[in-house]
Design a protein around this ligand. Structure first.
Ligand SMILES: C[S@@+](CC[C@H](N)C(=O)[O-])C[C@H]1O[C@@H](n2cnc3c(N)ncnc32)[C@H](O)[C@@H]1O
Length: 294
């Protein structure tokens, strides 16, 4: 992915890289025996509580961590549309709908930043760990407000960013990922560029409130709550990390750096386990909910 001299990246190239990364990850995404996205999606849906008959839009639905629980609550009178920029994610979610015999779910490959959908056609919009990937999320939020019916609501999750970890990772990784690896990364992966891309509007609850209010929402609530990530071993966690946002870091490491980081993480993570028991990492997650101002 070519970067400009200041570390910024052309949005089209960035989206193509994100779509390609999630396409490649789709077959194993959230299916490697590590519990994280599924409980987070469930919790998000619990918080926004779709009502029977609701029409729900799930942006960046992936394999459906939030989509399926939302569709279940919307019930047979309601429905849920899942959109994702990665076609392989949509294929996996479609297969899952067939497997579960779910009939009120529709899936479409679409850029969630510019959803081509009729105005005022949804009661609820969700996005679990996906809104962060939109290059201009504040502009997308204003488009979401226009897609909601009067009184419609939005709910999304994001990582809780700290200043010194690779985004997407809980603070426990600050000391596990050597600074030298990050400083060798190309300009677009330097901490400053990452902060600009991922959390300039999400990092502080006050900015977040202001951004949502400007986009046409009211009653904004921001709640940080940990999801207990459970993996059977350090190795299971490292394998899993290739299927989520950290994949963006792995793909930029040389084979040698990658092997060294892998070993270092496995050793450190296994040391955090209680004997042969699973590895559990309390991972802070930000839940944001709001109502359209109409
Ligand atoms: C971390 S995954 C989360 C998936 C799912 N919501 C979950 O909780 O498991 C992020 C998802 O956002 C999707 N995504 C990223 N950029 C997008 C965009 N511009 N439009 C639609 N989907 C996007 C990715 O393809 C990926 O499936």
């Amino acid at each position: 992915m070519a970067a400009n001299s200041d570390g910024t990246v052309d949005d089209t190239a960035y989206k193509a890289a994100v779509a390609q990364a999630f396409d490649r990850a789709a077959a194993h995404y959230d299916r490697l025996g590590v519990e994280f996205f599924t409980p987070m999606g469930r919790r998000l849906v619990e918080r926004v509580a779709p009502r029977p008959g609701d029409r729900v839009l799930d942006v960046g639905c992936g394999r459906g961590a939030a989509l399926f629980p939302a569709a279940a609550l919307a019930g047979p009178e309601g429905s849920a549309l899942g959109i994702d920029i990665a076609p392989a994610m949509i294929d996996e979610a479609r297969r899952e709908a067939e497997r579960q015999g779910v009939t009120n779910v529709e899936l479409r490959t679409m850029d969630g930043e510019h959803p081509e959908l009729p105005p005022r056609s949804f009661d609820l919009i969700t996005g679990s760990y996906s809104v962060i990937f939109l290059p201009d999320a504040p502009a997308a939020l204003a488009r979401y407000a226009a897609l909601l019916r009067d009184g419609g609501r939005i709910g999304f999750t994001s990582p809780v960013f700290t200043d010194d970890t690779f985004p997407f990772l809980p603070p426990v990784f600050t000391d596990l990922i050597p600074r030298s690896l990050l400083s060798d990364l190309p300009p677009e992966w330097q901490p400053e560029a990452l902060r600009r891309r991922f959390n300039s509007w999400l990092g502080h609850a006050t900015d977040l409130r202001r951004t949502l209010e400007k986009a046409g929402f009211r009653d904004v609530e921001v709640a940080d709550e940990p999801v207990e990530l459970v993996a059977e071993s350090g190795e299971a966690w490292v394998d899993w990390s290739h299927t989520q946002g950290m994949r963006l870091l792995w793909t930029h490491l040389s084979a040698r750096e990658s092997a060294q980081l892998r070993q270092r993480l496995i050793t450190a993570l296994d040391a955090m386990r209680d004997g042969e028991g699973p590895l559990t990492i309390d991972t802070p997650v930000r839940y944001v909910t709001a109502t359209v101002r109409r």
